[in-house]
Design a protein around this ligand. Structure first.
Ligand SMILES: Cc1ncc(COP(=O)(O)O)c(C=O)c1O
Length: 183
């Protein structure tokens, strides 16, 4: 890993010689799709998150992970999915792409994460899932969100695009809901 200057640029990852060497090795290996590196990445990522290796699936982006999670959850066409307005457009576009209906519930003004009371107020008989976004690395109130989900039988899909290293009560983001999606 290379060192960067103290000013942290949003959206500018630290890419150094190790990453470059890995890309070159990958191209030279001839495996550009699903191959041994994807398997290794899934196993390493699952180990980092402290979950069994078979629970990690490599896809191309958080957008794809969100979409595939909603499809895998078997939600009914047109069902309502509650999420936050403080997010990147991919959270809502993945809901639309899965043939579902986004419903926005407001955020806590301090944490900028979805407010569990707003989730509760947005629930209707057509609600089938919640997508909390751990905004800018801050964890959502997962205790409250999981309690609401259990009470109303809702699927929870964590949008962890900002939260690869985020923890909540000592546990890693992405391991609370039925699915955790990463960039
Ligand atoms: C909150 C949030 N969710 C989802 C995404 C989509 O991630 P990706 O670019 O990996 O598809 C982003 C990207 O910025 C994001 O900020």
């Amino acid at each position: 890993m290379s060192q960067r200057p103290p000013y942290l640029v949003f959206g500018a990852p630290a890419l150094g010689d190790e990453e470059l060497a890995e890309v070159i090795d990958c191209v030279r290996s001839g495996w550009l799709g699903t191959g041994p590196r994807v398997k290794r990445f899934e196993a390493d990522f699952a180990a980092y998150k402290g979950v069994p290796a078979e629970l990690a699936a490599g896809v191309n982006s958080c957008t794809a992970a969100l979409h595939v999670s909603m499809v895998a959850a078997g939600l009914e066409p047109g069902a309502e999915v509650i999420t936050t307005p403080m997010t990147f457009c991919a959270t809502v576009s993945a809901i639309l792409h899965a043939g579902l209906t986004p419903v926005l519930a407001d955020v806590d003004p301090v944490t900028q994460c979805i407010d569990p009371r707003a989730i509760e107020a947005a629930i209707t008989p057509r609600t089938q899932a919640i997508i909390p976004v751990h905004f800018a690395g801050r964890p959502c109130d997962m205790d409250a969100i999981l309690a609401i989900a259990a009470r109303h039988h809702l699927v929870v899909i964590e949008d962890c695009a900002h939260a690869i290293e985020t923890e909540y009560r000592g546990r890693k983001a992405g391991t609370f809901g039925d699915f955790g999606c990463f960039s």
